[in-house]
Structures are given as structure tokens and as C-alpha cells.
Write a protein of this length. Sequence first.
Length: 237
Amino acid sequence: MNADSTASLQGPRIALIHALEESVGPARAAFRAHWPEARIFDLLDTSLAVDLAEAGRLDEAMMGRFRTLADYAAGTVGAGGRTAGILFTCSAFAPAIDAVKPCLAIPVLRPNESAFEAAMAIGGRIGIVVSFGPSADSLRTELLAMAAAAGRRIEVTVAIADGALAALKSGDGDGHDDRVAETAGQLAGCDVVVLGQFSMARAQARLQPLLSVPVLTTPAAAVEALRRLTAPPFPHT
């Protein structure tokens, strides 16, 4: 067994719960870059995104499915011990994720909350780009609620990159990134831009040279936050 695999076995178990296949790769890449010691595993239910798009809203049955997924993830036990934290990766389901949080004794993160905290630390005019239409209103509501809770007044502009997700699903990564870059042109005047879905993180390299303000991705911020939240406390001396 090499040193990398030994370190991996010593890291905490972290559950990633996905509603889009395209979120799996960016989430795993963020863990490799920012927390390679974590032992991550994936739960994927692509019917969630389809059902939300068709229904247009989160109903009680869908909320219950999130509780079921979280309970399953939290109860999973392996060589590295019990699950130490859960990261949801689909941005359109904030209310369902918030309903799960008080039910579990381990950290549970929405995909966007850490990036939103970082964005508010940069400035009060925040732009968000999404490629999954149902995420738009959800993310605007989520960010405004976070700002209100922090006593902040902010301006939020959300732009939808039409066709970007379809391009990514068809294997056209460059087309996805081009559509995201074109859409970001609608966010002139913002202090910071957030790529609002895990699946969009790949477009940061294409977008950042075109803008004079920071471009934040959600996976990196979420992984760093979860690492802090699950770190064992220092012993008292």
C-alpha cells in the first residue's frame, strides 16, 4: 500500500449526493485538489433534477426523498468509520437540504453556501451564472436570505446560460464553456461572479480572463468549508 492510499484510509468519510451526473467529476476534482485525504463516496439520483424541472417546484414527496438520501448517507459505515459529513452538489434544492440539516448530527452543506459567503466578503453586487434554469430563483432566494441573516444589503443578478448544460451533456465541453462566457457578459458592474453549479466549475478558466472581477466556483469553496467543519478539535493542554 503506498503513502497516498494510506493517507486516504485515515481520512474521514464524506458523502456526495448528486442530482446531475455532470456534478460528480467537478466534486471529485475539488476533493483531489483541496482535500485528497478525505474518503469520498457518491450517491446519484438523476430523477431529482428531471422531476423538479417537470414539476416546477419542490413538493413534499421530493423533500422526503432528500431525507431518505441523507439518512442513508449518514448511516454508511466503512473502513474509515462512519460518515463524517455530507455535501449536496445540486444547486436547485436548497430548501430540501436545509430541512435535512437539523435532522443529522454531522455537517451537511448546501452546494452554494460557502461560495456565497466568499462572494459577500468580496462585495455587495453579486452575479450568478447558472445553466440549469430551475436553479435561478432558488439561488437568488438563497443568497438574499444569507445576506439578510448577516445584516447585509446586496444586489443579486442571475444569468441563465441557455444551452450550456445540453452542450455539456452531449460531450461538447467547449460549447458549454463558450455559452457560459457569453452569458457572463450580462453581469457587467458586478463585484464578483459565482458559477452557480458544480457542473460549471470547468468554465472558470475560460471565463476569468474575460472579467476584471473574481470568478468563484462552488466545489472548491464547499470542500474547504467541509474540511474545516469536520476537522477534529485540538485537545486542551
